[in-house]
Design a protein around this ligand. Structure first.
Ligand SMILES: [Zn+2]
Length: 450
């Protein structure tokens, strides 16, 4: 090689290296700025506000679905009116009373009643409808003096400070912090009722959303997020459990993984402990009816429960840790805000529901996807891989502004694949997973030979 040509080649490669380093640094800078935005929001969580909300809620004595509707400072009616006012105090929210009449039915709704979910809506600016639901339940229940559930007994003291005033306090705090911010997705902050009668309020709302064909990207339920000491003496104040339904490539499970990744990045002192099961053993929560309607939903609950005070007059703030409740609020807030400000996830199935995953030239993994938003708002797409047995993503490739990606000599049979969209603001969408289609039993015409 001639000296001049060599010099040119060295200069060119140096220039290329500088450009590559520069764009890499730029990407890092954008991501750091994105996380700064989330951190700033998280720093606004106030323990004073949480304390005040839990105290007010427990002072209604009971919030049993069938309790007093008309009293000023006692029972579920007074609670509901207070909640409406609290949401209405926050500028930028539309507050809706989602009310139902329920005639006496089953073993738990022992007389005719009204049920009201309180929904505070923060509109997003995305042209396409995108909805994220964050919720807690404001009703309570307590066992009677004999230690048993008696659904006729609606006036036993049921302060429900942990179950679930803690979740409602977090909900109000998040609404206050997020309302002034600009989000892409619309957020429904919902205080459900009738949870203790069998997830009644959330069942009716989930069904309504399904019937109206709403595009719900995520449902985040907070239920019991303030207890740190179990009855057996175990204490845990640095972790929260996040429950998500099987299988391992379900949208709910992916939502849980997203929350762990984002929250631990934004708030590293706290651990998100993913539990790979729909809920606690034999129990249900307000995320469940949404999952049953086909929406991704997860549940946040403290790491250690105290069974001796649950559903009793002892469920009071004195037995709880407000700093812990604030930490869980930070975790949910970071995840919620990231979801709401990130682009929509790509679509990885055809109109007929077939995964857009093929073998390319024969032995390749060829991933294709559709993304219909404004391309100027995204930096590109990220492709993810993991072993089918792995609980977390193992490999990640930046694919850029393309609609397909080929991995040479990678078998589509042996890996789970996903793809996300990364916004120019540095925030990333949920990862859409290429799921194995389920097979139906074939029907044949036959006669058995005897
Ligand atoms: Zn509860």
């Amino acid at each position: 090689m001639k000296k001049g040509v060599l010099k040119k080649a060295v200069l060119l490669s140096l220039l290329f290296l500088a450009l590559a380093t520069n764009s890499w640094l730029k990407a890092q800078e954008i991501e750091a700025r994105a996380y700064d935005f989330l951190k700033k929001a998280v720093e606004q969580v106030s323990e004073e506000n949480i304390t005040a909300a839990i105290k007010t809620l427990q002072n209604f004595k009971t919030r049993n679905l069938l309790s007093e509707q008309k009293a000023v400072n006692f029972g579920i009616g007074a609670t509901r009116r207070w909640l409406m006012k609290e949401f209405q105090k926050i500028p930028g929210l539309e507050v809706v009373d989602d009310g139902y009449f329920l005639p006496k039915q089953g073993g738990r709704i022992v007389r005719d009643t009204e049920l009201h979910n309180i929904v505070a809506i923060k509109k997003g600016k995305s042209a396409k409808e995108r909805i994220i639901i964050v919720n807690a339940h404001y009703d309570t229940i307590a066992v009677s003096k004999d230690g048993k559930f008696n659904y006729e007994d609606v006036n036993t003291e049921a302060p429900g400070a942990n179950d679930d005033a803690s979740g409602i306090a977090a909900l109000l705090e998040m609404a206050r912090i997020i309302a002034p911010l600009e989000t892409e997705a619309t957020i429904h902050f919902i205080a459900f009722a009738g949870e203790e009668q069998g997830l009644v309020g959330s069942t009716l709302y989930a069904r309504k959303m399904k019937e109206q064909g709403k595009n719900i990207e995520a449902v985040l339920t907070m239920d019991m997020i303030s207890n740190i000491k179990a009855g057996n003496g175990y204490v845990d104040s640095t972790r929260v459990r996040v429950f998500s339904d099987d299988p391992n490539d379900s949208p709910s499970r992916e939502l849980a993984r997203y929350v762990k990744r984002v929250a631990e990045q934004v708030y590293p002192s706290f651990e998100v402990n993913l539990i790979y099961r729909a809920d606690r053993f034999g129990r249900g929560g307000d995320h469940t009816p949404f999952v049953m309607e086909g929406f991704p939903g997860i549940r946040f609950t403290e790491a250690r429960e105290n069974y001796s005070v649950q559903h009793t007059p002892l469920d009071k703030i004195e037995n709880l840790s407000v700093p812990y409740c604030a930490d869980v609020t930070r975790v949910v807030l970071a995840s919620l805000l990231c979801l709401a400000c990130a682009p929509e996830a790509p679509q990885v199935t055809s109109e007929r529901g077939a995964p857009l995953l093929g073998r390319g030239q024969g032995y390749e993994a060829e991933l294709r996807w559709k993304w219909e938003g404004n391309r100027e708002q995204i930096a590109g797409f990220r492709v993810y891989l993991r072993d089918t047995k792995s609980p977390y993503w193992e490999r990640c490739y930046f694919a850029g502004q393309v609609d397909s990606f080929v991995l040479k000599n990678v078998s589509i049979d042996d890996w789970t694949f996903g793809v996300s969209a990364v916004g120019v603001n540095g925030l990333e969408s949920l990862v859409a997973i290429y799921r194995m289609p389920s097979r139906r039993r074939a029907e044949y015409i036959f006669q058995e030979i005897k």
